[in-house]
Design a protein around this ligand. Structure first.
Ligand code: BG6
Length: 317
């Protein structure tokens, strides 16, 4: 049974416990019974459940829950580099680090806190990080769960260095789907994309919507702030709203690549799809003292709701 949002104690609905590696994990709950789980390993969201308790994010049955490698699933944070587009390891180091709880973060707008269970995390570079990426930063991540069950991630990266630096970024979002061949993405049609399978060659999307029948590994450019992922079989649509994140990564490894991933089941590509709000093509540059904010909100609506009521051209928030 759900509780009334008016009397819900949002602070008490945020519980911090240890995982089996002794690393803190945070569970957020809302009055309706939805929940989200965030690990301090990587600042990674590892679970997001609706009011019926159904898991909405994919995690591989072969996932390795042993730091430093990020868990295969949930929402790893790719920072300060997406993919191999720089000198760092694939997707940067943030997803492999232990974050801390930020007890006193600089304020966000009241609407980012009111009626939400949330946790604020912080990552600062270690000596070792500074050797391979010599830029001092403060990365603040707020993860919040709203009364309607939507999940919001707000990243704030501040340059606390004496010199400018640039980075790329992605919320590497593993959505759980019923059957990849029954899924389509709306909102990316007619856009240009860089194809990671063809040495980042630039193409223009031709179809009415994106569907899947082979490996897809693309960075869609200058995307709208709202994108929808329709899962026909489950009659469920994921709505991704974003801000400060011009690109969208779409990834499904399909059959052959799945077999090459040690922490991923051979057939699991059928049950997942990564759709990531990202800033990749044009890296973000911060001068000393400057801060960047990138937001991504995930919500779920019944599929019938989508085409009629969702304005995919709208401004996101
Ligand atoms: C995607 C990339 O975002 O992440 C793919 O576009 C990559 O090229 C995939 O294979 C998984 O990366 P990783 O490092 O988590 O295995």
């Amino acid at each position: 049974m759900g509780h009334s949002a008016a009397v819900w104690d949002y602070k008490a609905a945020t519980e911090i416990t240890k995982d089996w590696n002794g690393i803190d994990k945070v569970v957020l709950r809302n009055p309706g019974g939805a929940s989200a789980r965030v690990s301090l390993h990587g600042g990674q969201v590892t679970s997001w459940r609706n009011e019926q308790g159904e898991e909405l994010l994919f995690t591989s049955s072969k996932a390795i829950f042993k730091p430093p490698k990020a868990v295969r699933g949930g929402i790893p944070i790719c920072f300060p580099q997406f993919g191999y587009c720089g000198s760092l390891e694939q997707h940067g180091f943030a997803r492999n680090k232990i974050w801390t709880i930020d007890e006193n973060p600089p304020p966000l707008s009241p609407s980012d806190s009111h009626g939400k269970s949330f946790i604020d995390l912080l990552l600062k570079p270690s000596e070792e990080d500074l050797k391979c990426w010599p830029h001092s930063f403060e990365f603040r991540l707020r993860v919040s769960l709203a009364a309607d069950g939507s999940l919001m991630l707000i990243s704030r990266v501040r340059n606390v260095n004496g010199k400018p630096f640039s980075f790329s970024f992605a919320y590497h979002t593993y959505l759980s789907v019923s059957d990849i061949s029954e899924v389509r993405i709306e909102g990316l049609e007619t856009l240009d994309y860089l194809d990671n399978i063809c040495q980042k060659e630039r193409f223009t999307e031709q179809g009415d919507a994106i569907t899947f029948e082979a490996e897809v590994d693309r960075v869609y450019l200058s995307t709208p702030n709202v994108v929808a992922v329709l899962d026909h079989e489950r009659k469920r649509t994921y709505v991704i709203r974003k801000e400060g994140l011009p690109d969208v990564v779409v990834w499904n490894p399909w059959e052959k690549k799945s077999k090459s991933l040690v922490d991923f089941g051979d057939d699991e590509y059928k049950q997942m799809l990564c759709v990531d709000g990202a800033a990749i093509e044009k890296p973000v540059t911060l001068k000393p003292g400057e801060e960047w904010t990138g937001r991504q909100e995930l919500s779920v609506v019944p599929s019938t709701f989508c085409s009629e009521h969702l304005d995919l051209q709208s401004n996101g928030f």
